[in-house]
Design a protein around this ligand. Sequence first.
Ligand SMILES: [Fe+2]
Length: 454
Amino acid sequence: MMLSFAALCLAIPAATNAFATSGATASGSSFALFSTLEAPKREAPGAGYVPEWENRPGLSEEEFMKSDMSKPDLSGMWECPLTKWDSDNIDIKQAQKEAAQAPNCPLEVRASDSDNQMGAEYFAKNKDKLREDLLKHGAIWFRGFDLMKGVAGHREMYEALELQPCLDPLHSSGLRKFSSERDALYEEVNKPSLRGHYIGLHSESTTKRTAAYAAFVCFQKATEGGGRFLVADGAAILAELDTKLLEKLYERKIRISVSNLDIPPSLPGFVKEGVKGLVDAAVAPKFDMDLEMMYEMDGKPGRLQAVEIAESPINRHPVTGLPVWFNNAHNHARKLRDRRPCGVPEVGMTEVFYADTMDTLSLEDCQEIKRASEKHITALAMEPGDVLLVDNYRALHGRDVFQGDRYHAVSWFTWDDNEEWRGDERRMVEKNGLNKAMNSMMDWLPKDFESNQS
Ligand SMILES: [Fe+2]
């Protein structure tokens, strides 16, 4: 999970922003130190399976954005449920053996002519089998279904499967934009300014909140190429990873820094502490994450980082009990981001730490995470109407760079059969007002300052 503190910076007093701006000159010596480091070479990440494009036609934007106004407005949906952690007493070798037996992810389901004639009825009729397959395989790639070529049909599909929509885990930050709020549909990262930015593997998850399932839909694929949607099995990655590395990471645990605010290191300590307290008290709560504000964890003088609490890199699936790699390091590790296409400014750059010492992950460990993760990536060729249904505790997702224009969207879902798993929060009215205000600010912000929702 990644978010930017750009909105956060806007929300803190002007004096603090002035500190950050003046840091460019006040901390000249430390910047010089950083600039003397040779930048690593950037290379396109790999994938294990790259299916062919089929060039199936879509609808015009006017057509695919149509909502069925006879259906109720879903904007009062559930909050994203709290993360279900079940990560104590895991025997790593045994967990790897178990994970290696998991069925292939994703399952591919291609529409026949008669399936397409059935429309939403296909999903209603096959609901039990499809829900079972989702748990078994971790993801289902629906290919060639006419129904989901537009917003209204996408909703018909997930309603037929009886999936219950919820908010994005970072909804309260205001950084996530709806595609069609009344249909519980968010926009993915389609912005031209972020098309050159590779989004690494992650679950839609913070240590605090995790969506149970997701349905990623393509209405328009990238007009000039690229934009493959990435999916990888957390069980397969767990089975693949070097056992010694897993044992180390499991024992030491992981912490993720989600944003940087650079303060001139020459400022007196009490001023820096004041800035830290201000950000911590006034702005961080809006992100609804368990964050700790920490100075200079990545070695950069004056850098204030917002760091999530320690978490296990391995979790047992809440329903099946299957042990899986449940960690966003492939997306967030700085050493990996610096070696692939990445268009995020420093304020939005992330980092991954060993939780016990707060050292950043070594290059060697990052490279092993990269190798094991990318070997199991399927780089989907999603065409208009294609949907990837994802079990968000089992499979990780991401997005390759693209050229031209693209329109993908996503709905998040909560648990359907256990009241206590949902958490008890419906959407809060005051948050809604705040989100709208922040989203309108985001419209005129430089578009690089955005969240990272593939
Ligand atoms: Fe995402």
